[in-house]
Write a protein that binds this ligand. Structure first.
Ligand code: ASP
Ligand code: MG
Length: 502
C-alpha cells in the first residue's frame, strides 16, 4: 500500500454528512471481498437515516462487494401484526387504517429521497403493489375471521418489502447501481411459519445464482431481511428480529468475508446501559459468548444469528450506524480473553418459571422426558432448566409469551398423573427474571459462582434457581423481577466490568 494510498480521503461523504472512515483501509484490498451489511429498523427510520445507510453501502462498495439486508422501518412490523389481529377480529377499518398510515410513512420517505419524478413514480408503483397485497390479506383475514400463521407471515413481512425498494433507490441516488430483492428468491426454509429454519444448501445455490451476477456487474443488492420461502415458494418469516439471521444466512451463502450488523448501539455491551450506567462496549467477543448473550436476552442479536457463520468462521461485527466512526464489537471464533473470565452480564425479563413436581415424581422416570417433549411439541423455547437432587421438582423457564400454551400442553400431558397425584402440581410464576454471567474463559476459573453469589447475598438478592451448563461459559440464576437492576449493578462491579477492556 503506498503512503499516498493511505492518505487518500479516508471517507466517503454520504448525503447525511457522516464520515465513514473504516472502509478506506480496504481501498487497496482485493476488490472481490464480499461484505454482508444489515440495517436494523432504527437505522432506516425516515429518509435521512435511509440515505445515511445508503452512504455506508456506497462507501464500502468502493472496495468490496456489498450485499445489504434490511429490516422494516422501526415499529412497522409491530403495526402490521396489530393490523393482522384487528383484521382477525373483523375490524377491517382499523386494519386498513394501519396500511394507510404505512403508505403515508413510506411515501414521505420516498418523496424526500427521490428527486426524479419518473423514478419516484416507478418506486411508488412497487410500494403500492405491496400495500395492495397487504390490504387484500387483511380483507381475507377479516372475511374468514381467521389468522393462520401463514397469513400472519405474509402480513408481517410487508415492512421489509416496503423498506428494501426505498433503500435501493437511496443507494442509486448516491450514484451506485442497486436493486431491491425479495428474500423469497434467495432463502429457502422449512414451513414453520413465524420461526422458519433455513435450508442452507438450497439457499446457497439460489443466492449465488441470483446475487453473484449482480455483484459482478457492480450492482448492490438490497435484500429484505426477516423473510424466506419454502421450496414450494410459500413465504415464511424467520421469527421476530430475524433480519440479523437473514444477514448471516446470506453472508454464509455468499461466502462473505464479514457480516456487519448496523444497529443503534455501539456494539455488544458488558450490560444493559439503561440498567448499569458503567456498561462498556466489548471490543472482541467469541461466537459462543455472543450467542450466549443473545440467547439470554441481550437485545443486540437474534439468538440464531451466529449459527450460519460458525462453520466458515466468518466474523460478525456489531456497529453503530449512528456513529460509524466507532469500532463496534467484533464477534470471532475465539474472541479474546480478559482477566477474570467474565465478559458480560445479561438479564431476561418477560420470562415465566414453570415447575412440575411433587414428591410423587420421584418414582416416575419419564417425567423429565415427557416434560421436555411437551415443550418441544409446542415449540416453547426453554431458557433454563433446574432440577433439585431430591428430584421433587423440575423447574424451567420459558418466555412469557410461550408460557400459557406450554402449561396447557403440560396439564394435558400429565392429566392422568395429576388426577392420581403422581404429579402434584404444575405451577407458574411470571414475576421472575434470569440474569446470566457470561464469559468463555470462565471455564476452569474457579470461584466465579462463589463470587457472584456472595455479591448477591450482600445485596439481599434472593436466588430462586441456579444453572450452570457444563460448557461453563454461563452461570444463570433466576431472581425476582424487581431485583434485576441491583443484581446487575452488583455483579458488574464485582467482576470489574466497568474498567477499560484490555
Ligand atoms: N422487522 C422484523 C421484526 O421487527 C425483523 C427485524 O427487524 O429484524 O421483527
Ligand atoms: Mg429489528
Amino acid at each position: 500500500m503506498s503512503p499516498e494510498g493511505q492518505q487518500e480521503p479516508v471517507a466517503e461523504r454520504g448525503n447525511a454528512g457522516m464520515f465513514v472512515p473504516r472502509f478506506a483501509e480496504r481501498a487497496s484490498k482485493s476488490a472481490t471481498e464480499t461484505l454482508a451489511f444489515k440495517f436494523g429498523g432504527s437505522s432506516l427510520l425516515g429518509a435521512d437515516r435511509m440515505l445515511h445507510a445508503a452512504s455506508l453501502v456506497r462507501a464500502a462498495a468502493a472496495a468490496a462487494n456489498v450485499v445489504a439486508v434490511v429490516s422494516a422501518m422501526s415499529g412497522v412490523t409491530n403495526r402490521l401484526i396489530e393490523a393482522a389481529k384487528k383484521a382477525q377480529e373483523g375490524n377491517t377499518g382499523e386494519a386498513a387504517a394501519v396500511v394507510d398510515a404505512l403508505r403515508k410513512q413510506h411515501e414521505a420517505a420516498l418523496t424526500t429521497l427521490i428527486h426524479h419524478e419518473n423514478e419516484r413514480a416507478r418506486i411508488r408503483r412497487c410500494l403500492e403493489e405491496v400495500l395492495a397485497e397487504g390490504r387484500r390479506l387483511c380483507e381475507g383475514t377479516a372475511l374468514l375471521r381467521e389468522l393462520t400463521p401463514r397469513t400472519l407471515d405474509a402480513i408481517s413481512s410487508l415492512g421489509e418489502r416496503l423498506s428494501a425498494p426505498l433503500v435501493a433507490a437511496a443507494i442509486r441516488e448516491l450514484g451506485l447501481p442497486s436493486e431491491a430483492i425479495e428474500a423469497t428468491e434467495l432463502i429457502v426454509t422449512d414451513a414453520f411459519h413465524g420461526g422458519a429454519e433455513p435450508q442452507m444448501q438450497l439457499t446457497r445455490a439460489k443466492s449465488q445464482a441470483r446475487l453473484r451476477p449482480l455483484l459482478e456487474k457492480g450492482i448492490a443488492p438490497v435484500v429484505t431481511g426477516f423473510i424466506g420461502a419454502t421450496a414450494a415458494g410459500q413465504l415464511t418469516t424467520l421469527g421476530r428480529g430475524g433480519s440479523d439471521y437473514s444477514a448471516t444466512i446470506l453472508g454464509a451463502a455468499m461466502d462473505a468475508d464479514e457480516v456487519i450488523i448496523w444497529t443503534d448501539v455501539d456494539g455488544v455491551l458488558t450490560a444493559d446501559p439503561r440498567l448499569v450506567a458503567e456498561a462498556r462496549t466489548i471490543p472482541v467477543i467469541s461466537y459462543r459468548e455472543a450467542a450466549e448473550l443473545a440467547y439470554f436476552g441481550a437485545k443486540v442479536l437474534h439468538p440464531k444469528t451466529l449459527n450460519p457463520v460458525v462453520q466458515a468462521a466468518i466474523p460478525v461485527w456489531i456497529r453503530n450506524s449512528f456513529a460509524p466512526e466507532r469500532p463496534g464489537t467484533k464477534i470471532t471464533p475465539e474472541g479474546r480473553s480478559i482477566g477474570g473470565g467474565v465478559k458480560a452480564l445479561t438479564a431476561i425479563r418477560d420470562v415465566t418459571l414453570i415447575s412440575v413436581g411433587g414428591p410423587g415424581i420421584v418414582g416416575l422416570p419419564d417425567v423429565l422426558g415427557r416434560t421436555f417433549s411437551t415443550t418441544a411439541e409446542v415449540r416453547a423455547n426453554v431458557l433454563l432448566i433446574s432440577q433439585s437432587s431430591s428430584q421433587n421438582d423440575i423447574c424451567f423457564i420459558v418466555a412469557t409469551v410461550d408460557a400459557q400454551r406450554t402449561v396447557e400442553a403440560l396439564r394435558k400431558e400429565f392429566a392422568q398423573d395429576l388426577a392420581h397425584h403422581k404429579v402434584e402440581h404444575i405451577t407458574v410464576d411470571s414475576n421472575v427474571a434470569i440474569v446470566a454471567v457470561v464469559g468463555e474463559n470462565m471455564r476452569g476459573t474457579p470461584g466465579i459462582a462463589g463470587k457472584t453469589f456472595n455479591a448477591l447475598g450482600r445485596e439481599n438478592v434472593n436466588l430462586i434457581a441456579i444453572a450452570q451448563g457444563s460448557s461453563e461459559c454461563n452461570i444463570s440464576f433466576v431472581i425476582e423481577e424487581q431485583a434485576v437492576k441491583t443484581a446487575l449493578i452488583t455483579t458488574h462491579r464485582e467482576f470489574g466490568l466497568d474498567a477499560s477492556p484490555s
